[in-house]
Design a protein around this ligand. Structure first.
Ligand code: NAP
Length: 302
């Protein structure tokens, strides 16, 4: 199976590096940057979760034509870049399946604007990846990965994609309902991301204080209502699951907190913002997510 990973950031570099280290046929497709040049001219420096380091020779390019003979394109750009990134590569794609492992709502639908719906796969991964420096990615923590065809039944090609990722140490499960997986992760993000970004606290603070617990619970409960209004059977224990993630990642800074603190654009529109918009469309009030989203927007503007 020939795999092209789109987006040479943290997650894309980790996945491409893990696949290359396992001798998969993989190419990393990125924008021109110091990172891409370092990987191309030397190799990817990959730090494993146990701290060991490897130098992984990895095919990397900025030429979208590299996707022409791909069987699988894995989308690893931020949610706000999905449309641009797909627009740049779509004309080169042959019959490739396109898998989004991005956080947030709407990514599969955006991919489907550029490739036939039956070729869209979506899912989630809870692996942690951090691009430490140009040419260097750190696998910050192992996790689970779930994928499935988003608008059509699964088939042997989905199993083959999961097998390829699993063989590279990214243990991957196939689900018949990737929409539930995507929503379930969105609910966790809704409970943790904006609150930790705005209060500038580590994830664990949300389960260690009554105020934090209240914000987490209300943001998730609103999200559950929106999911149900859209007919998505998210788990009834979404709040407890979110609390468990906050506990498990107690000392971590959420990605949104890191983005706000570094003055970078956040994925708020695909998370809290999307819950608000979909809530409004379904007659579900989402005042907590709306306020969180507005405060993050304010922080971004500042
Ligand atoms: P990131 O480090 O910011 O990487 C995104 C990459 O996409 C950047 O390298 C960017 O290029 C590239 N890009 C943007 N537009 C592009 C285009 N048109 N063509 C080619 N490349 C393009 O973000 P990330 O942390 O990897 O996250 C990616 C997605 O995965 C997000 O939705 C995130 O929520 C999700 N996710 C991340 C993790 C994680 O641990 N990092 C885990 C699970 C899910 P430049 O370098 O030029 O800006």
């Amino acid at each position: 199976m020939r795999i092209v990973v789109l987006g040479a950031g943290s997650l894309g570099s980790l996945l491409a590096g893990a696949l290359a280290a396992a001798d998969a046929d993989v190419t990393l497709l990125g924008r021109d940057s110091e990172h891409v040049r370092r990987v191309r001219d030397d190799a990817l420096r990959l730090t494993r979760p146990d701290g060991t380091e490897t130098r992984v020779p990895l095919a990397v390019t900025t030429d979208a034509a590299a996707a022409a003979d791909a069987d699988l394109l894995v989308v690893c750009v931020k949610s706000y870049d999905t449309a641009d990134a797909l627009a740049g590569v779509a004309e080169h794609l042959g019959g490739a399946d396109v898998l989004t492992l991005q956080n947030g709502l709407g990514n599969a639908e955006t991919v489907a604007d550029y490739v036939p719906r039956e070729r869209v796969l979506a899912g989630t991964t809870t692996h942690g990846a951090v691009r430490e420096a140009p040419g260097h990615v750190r696998h910050a923590g192992r996790g689970d990965t779930t994928i499935g065809r988003y608008f059509a039944p699964n088939d042997a090609r989905v199993d083959a994609a999961a097998d390829a990722l699993s063989a590279a140490g990214i243990e991957t499960t196939v689900t018949d309902d990737p929409e539930v997986a995507v929503w379930t992760k969105v609910l966790v993000n809704a409970g943790i991301n904006a609150a930790t970004a705005l209060a500038r606290v580590p994830n664990g603070a949300l389960v260690e204080s009554e105020a934090g617990e209240r914000v987490l619970r209300r943001a998730v409960e609103e999200g559950v209502e929106v999911a149900r209004a859209e007919g998505v059977a998210v788990p009834s224990d979404a709040v407890e699951r979110t609390r468990a993630v906050a506990e498990r990642t107690a000392s971590n800074a959420s990605s949104m907190r890191q983005d706000v603190e570094r003055g970078r654009r956040t994925e708020v529109e695909a998370l809290h913002g999307a819950l608000v918009r979909r809530g409004a469309a379904n007659g579900v009030a989402t005042p907590v997510n709306e306020t969180l989203a507005d405060l993050v927007r304010l922080a971004e503007e500042g």
